[in-house]
Design a protein around this ligand. Sequence first.
Ligand SMILES: [Zn+2]
Length: 324
Amino acid sequence: MRRFVLLAIFLVAIICFNSVSAIHAASSAVIPTEGGTWTKPTVTILITPQPNEPWFKTSYTFDASHAISRWSESIITYTDAYGSNYLRKLNFVTCVSGVNDTLCGSPDVQVQFIESFGSQSSGLGLTRIGIQSSKTFQAPTTTTLAAYDPTNTTQLSDVDMVNIASHEFGHALGLGHATVSVTDDGTFELMFVSYGQAVGNYRNSLEAPSTLDMFALSYVYDWLATSSMLSGTGHPMTFLSLPSGTAYGSVYPYEEQIQMLQNSINQLKLEIIILAVVAALLLALVLVFGILLSRRKPVQSPTYSGSAGTPATSPSVNLAVVLE
Ligand SMILES: [Zn+2]
């Protein structure tokens, strides 16, 4: 008697999204302001490259400029979500020494490069600001960016340079150091005192100002809500934390958000393809195993029926198996 082995395979992939809709209390992260503000919405920045130095990468000039323009883009993202639209009045004019420096006249911020701060310092960047009694900045603020880490062994990648320049520009705008290194969405806090990534690592990611940084910026420049020039005095140094209702996370420019979304979709596609291939292999394996099992099924012992002593006729299927 032929026996058929029926195998039913169900591959069920259940992805449980643990939608923990935890209602976050306002983050405990705090950021102080520098205690100063620029008195006009247009801030001019002069970048001075060092093209003749062997330690200088020509792309660093673009990186510093890119860091500044990303602040403008993050301001757009932030104000779309949380208001304080007056921040969009902030206008950053970047010039490059030897190219278009006259455009900046006497610049508010001067950006320069050095090879390394040396082992005495753990720094990658340094911004010096002057604050007047009116709580306004005295130009020029100077920002120095290092091409190498303090041990002078590892050169900053372009991503590193954008991140360090972004942090320093936060100081130049009037922000101090945030008290936490990572935001609630797991990204790096741009204004934390130390760089959260290993210098030179090709896997380093771009960092963006956090909602806390942006909130502090909206405080420093709140005079822009009513005027195009600061008529009175700026705020003294103030420690700020996020108001309830504002999630603590990084504020990436829209363009970068779209790119990150695209990357995660591509990653998901890759994972689905891998899962499908593994599932197909498993299915093939089970089918082969099932076929082998059915072919090698041992002959069933004859059974007896009817009158005593009369062997039952073996099913023809068993005969076929025996003949194999
Ligand atoms: Zn700093």
